[in-house]
Design a binder for this molecule. Structure first.
Ligand SMILES: *Cc1c(COP(=O)(O)O)cnc(C)c1O
Length: 385
């Protein structure tokens, strides 16, 4: 059996080497390292793939979030509501911009931000909501957009984990994750569903004015050479990374399918086993939805373990050469940097529970049946004691 890895970037690279290598070589030959033609080509191709008017590439997913918030003109003291159960980047940039993060609880079925909790957290100072499409499936965007409209709020989708996923509206309309809110961010960190070979990120929006503002912000606040109209940052996707991404983009759907197939096999193996709750698809896209559609792209395959010591299971898996992860072990509202006396533990019941139960299994495009069988049987044997 091949060694099991949490993500297998080498295996994936071997499959696309013939396309990626010449593409990188071309950038080197052209020495067009910054803002070269590859960046523009990738931007155009991603706009088309997502069905958004504007993609603005930048240096990483954290910058993308920060720049999106700067572009919206959020001011110190503005409150921004986001999920308590996410990667810290989301809340970090809110705090860095001296906005006030307001963390709220999530759902236990899809791990995404809870609608009632958002409603409860809104005050006259609230200016934006940041739903995070955690582990590969969209938050309840239809409800979130409706709340935003009622209260005149911006919606910034953190789409670092769900690129390629679709969101189906009740009327049947199908939109790609990241093309729903006023603006969205994504990350091309190597282990993300569309990953480059270093750091990378992008901002998406359908709003022409916002796109223009953001294009200046990523480039030192310049709209005309050496005229700095606003305080900006330096955040660029370099041409070599764009070359990698442009070579990988045509494979994104196939890669996501491979993740879904692995998820389907995991689900089947855990069927009917007590103590294990498989990841749920919250809003199925059709009656035949069985994870083979694109409403969940399984950035992570995350189980909830009930009535068995999750940490003991994780340790056992590691001893059996099965890597696994706990995303995330500490609720953000309990992180030293983000504690706030206004928070009440009773408002974070689900997150407080999830941090004790979740475990993410190896998930990537190269998992084979033998590996999945070994992983699932090792887990089942352990939980059956
Ligand atoms: C990875 C990630 C980010 C940050 O992306 P970087 O490219 O690493 O800066 C932000 N939010 C979420 C939810 C992520 O998973």
């Amino acid at each position: 059996m091949k060694k099991i890895q949490m993500v297998d970037l080498k295996g994936q690279y071997n499959g696309i080497k013939d396309v990626v290598n010449p593409s990188i070589q071309e950038v080197i030959e052209n020495t067009s390292f910054i803002n070269g033609p590859k960046v523009h080509e990738f931007q155009k191709n991603l706009e088309q793939y997502l069905g958004v008017k504007h993609v603005i590439p930048c240096a990483n997913g954290t910058d993308a979030l920060q720049i999106a918030m700067m572009g919206l003109g959020l001011k110190p003291g503005d409150e921004v509501i986001t999920a308590d159960f996410t990667f810290a980047a989301t809340v970090e940039v809110i705090a860095l911009l001296q906005l006030t993060p307001v963390l709220v609880d999530v759902n236990e079925d899809d791990f995404n931000i809870n609608i009632e909790a958002i409603k409860k957290a809104i005050t006259p100072k609230t200016k934006a909501i940041v739903p995070v499409h955690l582990f590969g499936q969209c938050a309840n965007m239809e409800a979130i957009m409706q709340i935003a409209e009622e209260h005149n709020l911006f919606v910034i989708e953190d789409n670092a984990q769900a690129i390629g996923a679709s969101y189906k509206y009740k009327d049947g309309n199908n939109v790609k994750a990241g093309a729903i809110g006023h603006v969205a961010s994504t990350s091309f960190f190597p282990s993300k569903n569309l990953g480059c070979y270093g750091d990378g990120g992008a901002i998406f929006t359908n709003n022409d004015d916002l796109a223009h503002t953001i294009r200046g912000i990523v480039n030192h606040g310049m709209y005309e050479r050496y005229h700095h109209d606003v305080v900006g940052v330096n955040s660029r996707l370099d041409s070599i990374q764009a070359a990698v991404l442009d070579a990988k983009l045509p494979h994104l759907d196939t890669y996501n399918k491979a993740r879904q197939n692995a998820a389907k096999k995991y689900n089947k193996a855990f069927e009917g086993h007590d103590h294990v709750i498989i990841p749920k698809i919250a809003r199925v896209c059709s009656e035949i939805c069985d994870t083979s559609c694109d409403c969940h792209v399984f950035h992570q395959y995350t189980l909830r373990i009930k009535g068995v010591d999750r940490d003991a299971l994780a340790k056992h898996l590691n001893e059996q050469n099965i890597p696994c992860g706990v995303y995330y072990p500490i609720p953000l509202h309990n992180q030293k940097a983000y504690r706030d006396e206004r928070y009440n533990e009773d408002d974070f019941k689900v997150t407080n529970q999830l941090v004790k139960e979740v475990i993410s299994l190896p998930m990537h495009t190269e998992l084979d049946d033998e590996q999945i069988e070994y992983i699932t049987s090792t887990i089942i044997k352990f939980i059956n004691g």
